[in-house]
Design a protein around this ligand. Structure first.
Ligand code: GLA
Length: 386
């Protein structure tokens, strides 16, 4: 992390020919439980992870915006006056989309100064760990600070979501940006995606001798295309057919009626969301009353629901989850939007290497590419580093 910070400052100075005015960082996230519930105005329980995106920022004395990163060769440059969703593409759509989105949330893009930004990241891209939210949130906090907008963290999360929805074109919810901005060390963020009220829930993994293992299947996914939007549409159709504004308004008692009213596929989509909301509430209660060693069954049930009812898992994720469960994880599930990306497994510390070896072996046996595996801890959300 220190190296990453120093590297970004050095590269900023090399690329822009002057030192940066400040350095901001924001983490990626793992969702412990509560999948595809955010855009249904339900509950989520993500944690910010100890892998961050760093942004060095310098204020300019004109209205140009220039963004560079250690993973793209070229600088992208634009005048603030020309920022618009249609003028943005590639990776630069994330940081510049944030500047545009801040313009929708009170920044006067005709009056604020331009900026130079250089970013680097330790959040793997395409692993389902919200590298995009980490980038958005680091830049949102940085620009909010240098433009003195005084936006709250929930407001910054909404800025990030708007950028992702409009500038990037992915119809995602508010979870990832909220985790990246509100996360706290050793804790998860329990977020009500309707009221946007949040509570910090201590996880106590370390004290309980547990580690959170991420298994990145390497199967790539994109939420700007295909399945994610289709699931969202099914949920909205289900809510309409059941006469509620969002699936959040339904509980497990409504499932009998839902089965009568809906076609089989829509019913299963709806059942996932309704039961998943309940599992989030149960997980929060269990963490508080019994501690993390008691949440395994809820994680397992969440995975089954995503595999069978919501149908967003892939064979690699199922194999990772089943193998982890069979070799000692107390619970495991895919995390994030699905169709690829990562699984998480909650594993007693002394069994982590056994699980890793078993997952490697199972992937090799099935002819799948070797997955990338690493443990993560719950970290603080976005900060100004210096
Ligand atoms: C992606 C989206 C989130 C959320 C999850 C599924 O990560 O960005 O808003 O919908 O998928 O829970």
């Amino acid at each position: 992390m220190t190296d990453l910070r120093e590297g970004v400052l050095d590269t900023f100075a090399e690329v822009f020919g002057r030192p940066a005015d400040g350095l901001w960082s924001a983490p990626g996230r793992v969702n412990l439980i509560g999948e595809h519930t955010d855009y249904n105005e339900g509950f989520v329980l993500p944690l910010a992870i100890n892998r961050r995106t760093i942004a060095a920022v310098g204020v300019r004395d004109d209205t140009r915006a220039r963004v560079g990163s250690s993973y793209a060769d070229e600088l992208v440059e634009i005048d603030l006056a020309d920022l618009g969703p249609e003028s943005l593409d590639g990776w630069a759509a994330y940081p510049l989309g944030i500047a545009w989105s801040l313009g929708r949330s009170g920044a006067d893009l005709g009056a604020v100064p331009g900026f130079d930004i250089l970013v680097d990241s330790a959040v793997p891209v395409g692993a389902g760990l919200s590298s995009s939210a980490a980038l958005e949130c680091a830049v949102a906090l940085a620009l909010s600070d240098i433009w003195q907008l005084g936006l709250s963290r929930p407001e910054l999360a909404a800025v990030g979501q708007l950028a992702e929805n409009v500038a990037v074109g992915a119809p995602t919810g508010i979870m990832d940006q909220s985790a990246s901005l509100l996360g706290r060390r050793d804790s998860a963020v329990f977020l009500d995606c309707r009221s946007l009220d949040s509570e910090i829930v201590p996880l106590g993994f370390e004290a309980a001798g547990l580690e959170l293992l991420v298994i990145d299947t390497g199967v790539s996914h994109s939420h700007a295309t295909g399945g994610y939007a289709a699931r969202r549409a099914s949920c909205e159709a289900g809510a309409r057919a059941l006469g509620v504004s969002a699936l959040r308004d339904l509980g497990v008692d409504d499932l009998t009626r839902a089965r009568e009213v809906l076609d089989d596929e829509t019913f299963r989509r709806v059942r996932h969301v309704i039961t998943e909301n309940q599992r989030v509430l149960d997980t929060v209660r269990t963490l508080r009353e019994q501690g993390p060693t008691a949440i395994g069954d809820l994680l397992d049930a969440s995975h089954r629901s995503m595999r069978d009812d919501f149908e967003i898992s892939v064979p690699e994720l199922d194999l990772a989850v089943e193998t982890a469960q069979n070799y000692g994880a107390i619970g495991a599930r895919m995390t994030g939007g699905g169709f690829g990306g990562s699984a998480i497994a909650l594993v007693p510390s002394e069994l982590v290497s056994r699980v890793r070896v078993a997952v490697d072996g199972a992937f090799a046996e099935h002819g799948y590419a070797q997955p990338d595996m690493f443990t993560v801890t719950a970290a603080d959300g976005a900060v100004r580093e210096q």
